[in-house]
Design a protein around this ligand. Structure first.
Ligand code: TYD
Ligand code: MG
Length: 456
């Protein structure tokens, strides 16, 4: 009979990309690097894991006997970041802030201790010198008397200092620059990133220090680490936005201690990131009447609803094939909507160039914006301005039908609050509330009905 004792098995793995193989190879077949395969022994035996703290084995417990505990939370002094985290940071948790280079991750992380002087913070910088951090802090303003800046990239050293300092919060900027001396691989490689994150998670859990880890992701979505990191960490906050534009969206995409339907809008100013508490008021321009090619969409993102402007420019194609381009919007979705307009409503747009832009450098995925997109396109095509007191919330289907969207009531409320007097929604929307004062809800079932109502 087979025994249940520990068995070991040797595998080879690539120190550059983490690829595993059962035999040694000179060149890793996954990443193409030479001489990166090293041997690792895997323990395949079935052994009982022991609780690290008490050394005893864990037993199943009855659900009703387990005491629930309210996670204590520490405020980071930044109302928007606290809200996204679910009411402050949980001690002993590991939070990843991901985003493209230059989007504002370091700025936001430094603003936390600057805005919360009593929070004992250890800011580990692997990218900038302490002088550079100081210059940035001077620019951002604020007072961080309890904040220590530490320029270091070796995690063993970082943890040693952290043990000595006992901070409430540790910020590590960035995971790509950190390395563990015991792991034979270059900083920024997948192996190092995984190990650094796992080590920091263990440190956070054992010491109760909340850790914010910064990670870069590249524009083409190439896994520079954070994708695999998402499985390791407790919370993932993602920074989004066009680098050219000044608006940034911070979105929670994973949260073991709260909802992921949270989002905050920031504006990058000369003095750092400023929370935009009322996004609609910035994104809906108050230009004069009579500008064609714009339509206002009532969008919902996370638990936030806000209105913003969709801009379209339709012109006769100069070259043989028409150009389609979209900023902040999926160009395939734009093509689909144009096809619907052509096929289901008889508008001839195939020989036209169509350019689409979302105001403020926003990136929009909410299907409720479809209606505003087709209205902006038609408005530009006919050079017919849509009155500035009208907004839209509806999805457009392949047969030209206008479909209801989630939480239409909330969108209507936001539109009414901002003083819009008409909102177009799907005829199939089921509204639960009384229509708010001052706004008229116009229900349309399909694209022809919309056109008849709007452009008559
Ligand atoms: P940064 O936080 O360094 O980005 P990341 O850490 O995500 O790579 O932000 C970089 C950009 O922000 C840089 O282009 C300069 C700009 N910025 C401001 O506009 N205002 C400021 O007060 C600061 C600190 C940066
Ligand atoms: Mg940075």
């Amino acid at each position: 009979m087979a025994t249940m004792g520990a068995k070991t098995k040797a595998v080879w793995y690539c120190t550059s990309c983490g690829n595993e193989s059962s035999k040694w190879m000179g060149r890793c077949p996954a990443c193409g690097e030479w001489n990166t395969m090293v041997e690792k022994t895997l323990d395949t035996g079935v052994k009982r894991a022991r609780d690290t703290a008490s050394g005893s084995v864990r037993k199943p417990q009855r659900l009703k006997d387990i005491q629930s505990l309210d996670e204590p939370r520490v405020s980071l002094g930044n109302a928007e970041v606290d809200r996204i985290l679910g009411g402050g940071i949980v001690p002993g948790s590991l939070v990843l802030i991901g985003g493209e280079p230059g989007i504002g991750k370091s700025t936001l992380s430094l603003q936390i201790p600057l805005g919360c002087p009593d929070l004992k913070t250890l800011y580990v910088t692997g990218e900038e010198s302490v002088k550079q951090v100081k210059m940035r802090a001077d620019r951002l303003g604020g007072d961080a008397s309890e904040c220590l800046i530490y320029s270091e990239t070796c995690i063993e050293n970082v943890l040693e200092e952290a043990e000595a300092v006992q901070p409430q919060l540790m910020i590590v900027d960035s995971v790509q620059t950190m390395y563990i001396g015991a792991v034979d691989s270059t900083p920024g490689s997948v192996t190092q990133i995984k190990e650094v994150a796992a080590t920091l998670l263990r440190f956070a859990k054992e010491s109760g220090v909340a850790v914010i880890l910064i990670g870069h992701i590249t524009k083409d979505g190439y896994i520079a680490g954070p994708k695999i990191l998402e499985h390791i960490v407790d919370v993932v906050l993602q920074f989004e936005g066009e680098n050219r534009g000044s608006y940034r969206i911070l979105r929670s995409i994973k949260n073991r201690f709260g909802s992921t339907a949270e989002l905050a809008v920031f504006e990058m100013t000369g003095a750092g990131l400023r929370a935009v508490l009322n996004p609609s008021e910035l994104l809906v321009p108050m230009h004069e009447q009579g500008l064609s090619g714009t339509a206002i969409a009532a969008m919902l993102d996370g638990t936030r609803s806000f209105l913003f402007e969709v801009q379209a420019l339709v012109s006769s194609a100069v070259y043989g094939t028409a150009q389609r381009s979209a900023t902040g919007y999926d160009v395939r979705r734009l093509n689909m909507l144009l096809a619907v307009l052509e096929k289901r409503a008889g508008f001839h747009l195939s020989a036209k160039d169509v350019f689409l832009n979302m105001a403020g450098g926003l990136r929009v995925t909410d299907p409720a914006c479809d209606l505003a997109v087709i209205c902006a396109v038609l408005s530009s095509n006919f050079d017919f301005a849509i009155p500035s007191d009208v907004c839209f919330a509806g999805e457009v289907g392949l047969s030209g039908e206008i479909r209801p969207v989630g939480q239409t009531d909330r969108r209507i409320n936001e539109a009414a609050r901002l003083g819009f007097s008409r909102i177009f929604v799907s005829a199939f929307s089921s509204l639960e509330q009384k229509t708010p004062e001052g706004i008229r809800i116009i229900k349309v079932a399909d694209v022809p009905a919309l056109v008849k109502n709007l452009f008559k």
